[in-house]
Ligand binder design. Structure first.
Ligand code: ATP
Ligand code: FE2
Length: 338
């Protein structure tokens, strides 16, 4: 039995293809992290289809989270939800679930920025305090660090996200997304068998980077059948990962922080981890990687960031709980870091 005086936050995640529910204690223990993923039959995510999946999966995922912990809805103190950024129909489905729960239980609602949740769960799970963070996922690619009341973006992609770049190429190459093996992971397995560097674009502009030219060149080379697929996968990874690593290193040199954190779905990639470990060591910084269970989208990260926000005065009234499709990290107050 858990002590009855403990406080719990339930977090709802639904920005893209996963519907997740996590339960965290106010002390930072993650008790549940249940989810259901939408896998399109072919092609990328269709927002309305994904939202339909979330609506259908919601009760099952909620039940799983409650069952695992033995916690009852009446034991919850707050409900947190991913308010953005993300896909409109998906975000709205999660927000509706969260509003319904908070209203029914008559407890506060807390809107959480999804990108910041990826950073905060990485910090909680690894013990990092004040890192330069590389957040790389299907929809985001950015280097951030805390400064003067906000997470600041030091560099980001000018076009597509790193995970998206890997996924589109993997799909072109005929790889299939399976449960437990995301496209990026399937590509990683092939890349590990390659080793010959194929000439491909490398585009860093100031502190930002561009991946769409690299993707086009790699896809064209694939269609022309001029190289071994393993070598193309290897080269795509080498170029893309070197770009994000270069930007992270410059942010590290500029901020003189002593920690580097890798988070988001692409953080599971061993080659990317090894590149970042090298630059961290060169700058005497501690390198940490978010654990795999918290790397891709999950409800636990929303629950935990909800706790941080709520315990520092943040509440989202229902009539201000509309979703924010392009909610940038530097627009978010992070009073728990002041
Ligand atoms: P958002 O961009 O909003 O954070 P998302 O759903 O796209 O959302 P995540 O769930 O964090 O993001 O990450 C999914 C991405 O991670 C996909 O592009 C997937 O291919 C990639 N990924 C997962 N495992 C690996 C791996 N081992 N190597 C490379 N990429 C990976
Ligand atoms: Fe995400």
């Amino acid at each position: 039995m858990r002590p009855t005086d403990e406080q719990y936050c339930l977090g709802v995640e639904s920005t893209a293809d996963d519907f997740g529910v996590g339960i965290a204690t106010f002390k930072g223990e993650i008790l549940a992290n249940a989810s259901s993923g939408y896998i399109p039959e072919e092609g990328g995510i269709h927002p309305r289809e994904a939202a339909r999946h979330h609506a259908e999966a919601a009760d099952k995922v909620l039940e799983e989270a409650f069952q695992k912990t033995g916690i009852k809805p009446r034991n919850l103190s707050i409900i947190a939800f991913s308010q953005g950024p993300g896909l409109g129909p998906c975000l709205r489905t999660g927000a509706t679930v969260a509003r319904a729960l908070a209203s029914y239980l008559n407890i506060p609602l807390v809107g959480v920025n999804h990108s910041i949740a990826h950073i905060e769960i990485g910090k909680l799970a690894t013990g990092a305090q004040d890192p330069v963070t590389l957040y790389v996922s299907g929809g985001n690619t950015m280097v951030t660090a805390y400064d003067c009341g906000k997470y600041r973006v030091f560099g980001e992609t000018l076009d597509i996200a790193l995970g998206n770049c890997l996924d589109v190429f993997a799909r072109e190459a005929g790889l299939k997304h399976r449960k437990g093996l995301p496209l990026g992971a399937a590509l990683e397995q092939l890349a590990a068998k390659g080793g010959k560097l194929v000439p491909l674009p490398y585009l860093v502009k100031g502190m930002d980077l561009s991946l769409s030219g690299l993707l086009t060149a790699a896809t064209t080379a694939l269609r022309n059948d001029s190289y071994k697929l393993e070598d193309l996968c290897y080269s795509l990874q080498e170029n893309a990962f070197s770009m994000v690593t270069e930007v992270t290193e410059r942010a590290l040199a500029h901020t003189e922080k002593k920690e580097v954190l890798l988070t988001g779905g692409v953080a599971a990639n061993k080659r990317l981890q090894s590149m970042l470990a090298v630059i961290a060591e060169e700058h005497d910084a501690r390198f940490s990687v978010v654990p795999r269970e918290f790397a891709t989208d999950n409800g636990a990260m929303i629950a935990w960031t909800g706790v941080l926000a709520y315990t520092h005065g943040v509440i989202t009234p229902i009539d201000e709980s509309y979703v924010k499709l392009r909610w940038r990290v530097e627009k978010v107050d992070v009073p728990w870091l002041k």
